[in-house]
Design a protein around this ligand. Structure first.
Ligand code: URA
Length: 208
């Protein structure tokens, strides 16, 4: 499995602000979107382009554009939504899918309750988005669902991961690429990432 952790100064700066307990919901959402956009910028460096002709005000020349079926973004609800918003600003032609998975607080196991994906996902580069890759359960379940629908070139993007979760994803799906803003120390007994940033969904939406 390829795991890349960004060392971009803008991402590291924004991540520090994101971790800060004093950061409010609105700024938290903005930072998540911006970090996701920067991660996507790095993770799409190898996208294929098609040749085209373009007329400038002065003359015709050759150009390159993304193919019509380029990227699918799949948010794991609910905190993956803010990552989608950030990346759509960079790739507005991307199609968007949603997967509903929550973590049972007692067992910490993922429970799936919703999945709606672009029908042509097999022809697109697919990015599975969940800001916190903690136990790895939701990511593994999300990738299972994507593969069942035919997705082949899958990248899982997270803002922060724990080493324990990465191992789980690697053993279930060694073919999937992972892109991260940070790889943190470990999980605590409740499955939260340390030092982490707390509960991403609650901090985004002010539900705690
Ligand atoms: N989900 C979160 O929002 N935060 C964690 O630390 C782990 C899972």
């Amino acid at each position: 499995m390829t795991v890349s952790v960004s060392d971009h100064p803008l991402i590291r700066h924004k991540l520090t602000l994101l971790r800060d307990e004093r950061t409010g919901c609105r700024e938290f959402r903005e930072l998540c979107g911006e970090i996701s956009m920067l991660l996507a910028y790095e993770a799409t460096r190898d996208l294929m382009l098609e040749k085209t002709r373009v007329r400038t005000p002065l003359m015709e020349t050759t150009g390159e554009i993304l193919p019509q079926k380029d990227v699918a973004l799949v948010a794991i609800l609910r905190s993956g939504l803010v990552m989608v918003e950030g990346i759509l600003r960079l790739i507005p032609t991307a199609r968007v899918g949603h997967i509903g998975i929550y973590r049972d607080p007692a067992t910490l196991k993922p429970v799936e309750y919703y999945a709606k994906l672009p029908p042509d996902i097999a022809e697109r580069r697919t990015f599975l988005l969940d800001p916190m890759l903690a136990t790895g359960g939701s990511t593994v379940r999300g990738i299972d669902i994507l593969k069942k629908k035919g997705a082949r070139q899958i990248t899982a993007a997270a803002i922060i991961a724990a080493p324990e979760g990465l191992k789980v994803v690697e053993s279930a799906h060694p073919d999937v690429r992972i892109v991260l803003a940070a790889l943190d120390q470990r999980l605590n007994d409740h499955g939260y990432i340390l030092p982490g940033l707390g509960d991403a969904g609650d901090r985004m939406y002010g539900t705690k």
